[in-house]
Design a protein around this ligand. Structure first.
Ligand SMILES: CC(C)(COP(=O)(O)OP(=O)(O)OC[C@H]1O[C@@H](n2cnc3c(N)ncnc32)[C@H](O)[C@@H]1OP(=O)(O)O)[C@@H](O)C(=O)NCCC(=O)NCCS
Length: 164
């Protein structure tokens, strides 16, 4: 019994995003990015045509369904893009980013997209490595694209991946 307790680990399901998820998405976005997107901004995006997403919810918590992360994407005219993706730092490096991205890639392909694009800060090692592992390759660079809270500028990479 005690051994079971020690080996207990969180399990997550990846499910389609709903408007009701937007408050938790906004909270997590604020924890993981310098400028938080409000729940209203998320709602407006999600209600736009071609926009879809997935969230990770823990299935083996006792009293609630803790929120692990989300990915938000858009598909239009055969091209898709990742609008944003984030995983709670409580559950980092457990494969949630990978699973969320895979769900987004599969859905984009099912909606007819042939290519997925995204933009990422070149210095964001975790994200750049995750995207590289998923088969994304750098197709462009925008120097001094982001401005940090202290005014420093950093480059953005544009990455893409063929979906079939
Ligand atoms: C980027 C992010 C989504 C990754 O989520 P995650 O659930 O921790 O990632 P995963 O556990 O699925 O990792 C998959 C692979 O990504 C890479 N990776 C993830 N975190 C990493 C880190 N901290 N350092 C180096 N590589 C990392 C590794 O290659 C990893 O595979 P491995 O564990 O077998 O080595 C998460 O760190 C995050 O939310 N960051 C803040 C928000 C952000 O930067 N979003 C992307 C903006 S474009």
């Amino acid at each position: 019994m005690f051994d079971d307790y020690l080996s207990w680990k969180p399990f997550f399901e990846i499910v389609p995003m709903k408007v009701e998820d937007c408050i938790e998405m906004s909270e997590l976005h604020g924890q993981r990015f310098p400028r938080r997107w409000s729940d209203g901004e998320f709602q407006n995006l999600l209600l736009q045509g071609g926009v879809f997403g997935f969230v990770a919810r823990q299935t083996n918590a006792f009293f609630s369904k803790p929120f692990g992360g989300f990915v938000l994407s858009r598909e239009a005219a055969g091209e898709a893009e990742i609008l944003t993706v984030a995983v709670s730092d409580k559950f980092g490096r457990q494969g949630l980013g990978w699973r969320l991205m895979q769900a987004g890639l599969r859905e984009a392909a099912a909606r007819g997209a042939e290519t997925m694009f995204l933009e990422v800060e070149a210095a964001n090692e975790a994200a750049v490595k995750l995207y590289g592992k998923l088969g994304f390759r750098t197709v462009g660079e925008r120097p001094a694209y982001y401005t940090g809270p202290d005014g420093t500028r950093s480059a953005a990479l544009v990455m893409s991946r063929v979906l079939r």
